[in-house]
Design a protein around this ligand. Structure first.
Ligand SMILES: [Fe+2]
Length: 310
């Protein structure tokens, strides 16, 4: 399960109910069987509804690499995908695989999986009445949102490098910095294409409302990715982002991050952090947001309006 930046790594079983399992089911790597045969028709129907909604929305909004991955994995075979079927295709493409985990996993376990090209995914799915907002990532977020990009060789290498970097970071007091990098790229990253900005972050791509907000709303800032800037920028975990970082290419992302962060970690504690909406000298802006959404109270001040998060 991939909400590593949430930092509150409690071990609460996910999706209490049909797929809740005793802790004894998992070993030190937290991997469990997906138990695909245990999903109910209603649970499969939730996947199908979410899939249809995003598949209609994302052409022209998601990065071509994301859409190509979605097509390559054929995640629309009817209902929640069987991880075994995904893995046959994914392993052939980039050597990655998806493994089911029953709960949030500790950072070290999460990094270890990524470093070995395994993506830990939740296996429960949100309830029909929660289609538009979930507090914890479910199988739709983890598989629909994250796995398509793992078919892209450069992004696949970036994710492995992130895991290895995460393991190295455990000796430093740098987890919040590394979590920001994950948040603003893997979860909420945008890429600049000749035809316009496109989505590659899983947190956006798996969210109907944020897929629109991230690209079209006047509220958030959109600025070019800079590694140190990202690591110093706090983020929203409960609402749409107030800032999105934009890369020019996945090679740019990989090159910027494929380094030993030890010198950076040594420097960061002496540097100020930035508020999510803050603009500072040196920022390369695509949009200076008016922050109207956030200033009106965001999700909590806009309930019932068309811009509530998904
Ligand atoms: Fe995620």
């Amino acid at each position: 399960m991939s909400d590593h930046p949430a930092t509150s790594q409690t071990l609460t079983p996910r999706g209490a109910g049909i797929l809740a399992e005793p802790e004894a089911e998992f070993g030190p790597d937290f991997v469990v069987p997906q138990h695909w045969d245990r999903y109910s028709p209603e649970e499969h129907a939730v996947w199908d509804r979410l899939y249809r909604r995003q598949a209609e929305l994302l052409p022209g909004r998601a990065a071509p690499e994301f859409l190509a991955g979605l097509a390559a994995l054929n995640l629309n075979r009817g209902g929640i995908p069987d991880f075994e079927a995904i893995n046959r295709d994914l392993q052939a493409l980039t050597g990655w695989s998806v493994v089911a985990v029953p709960c949030l996993v500790p950072d070290a376990i999460f990094f270890e999986h990524l470093a070995n090209r395994r993506f830990p995914a939740g296996r429960f799915i949100r309830k029909p009445q929660e289609l538009d907002y979930i507090e914890e990532p479910d199988v739709f977020h983890d598989v629909f949102g994250h796995v398509p990009m793992l078919t892209n060789p450069v992004f696949a290498d970036y994710m492995e490098a992130y895991g290895k970097g995460g393991l190295r970071s455990l000796g430093f007091d740098a987890l919040p910095n590394l979590a920001r990098l994950y948040w603003y790229t893997v979860e909420f990253g945008l890429i600049n294409r000749p035809e316009g900005l496109r989505i590659y972050g899983a947190g956006i791509a798996s969210s109907h409302a944020e897929s629109i907000f991230a690209l079209e709303n006047s509220s958030p800032n959109r600025m070019h990715f800079q590694l140190e800037r990202v690591m110093r920028t706090r983020y929203r975990i409960d609402d749409f982002q107030q800032n999105y970082f934009v890369i020019d290419s996945f090679e740019e992302l990989f090159d910027a991050t494929y380094q030993d962060f030890a010198a950076l970690y040594a420097r960061l504690p002496g540097l100020a952090t930035f508020a999510p909406e803050q603009i500072v000298p040196g920022d390369r802006l695509y949009q200076h947001g008016d922050q109207a959404y956030a200033n009106s109270g965001g999700r909590f001040g806009n309930e019932g309006k068309s811009t509530s998060p998904v």
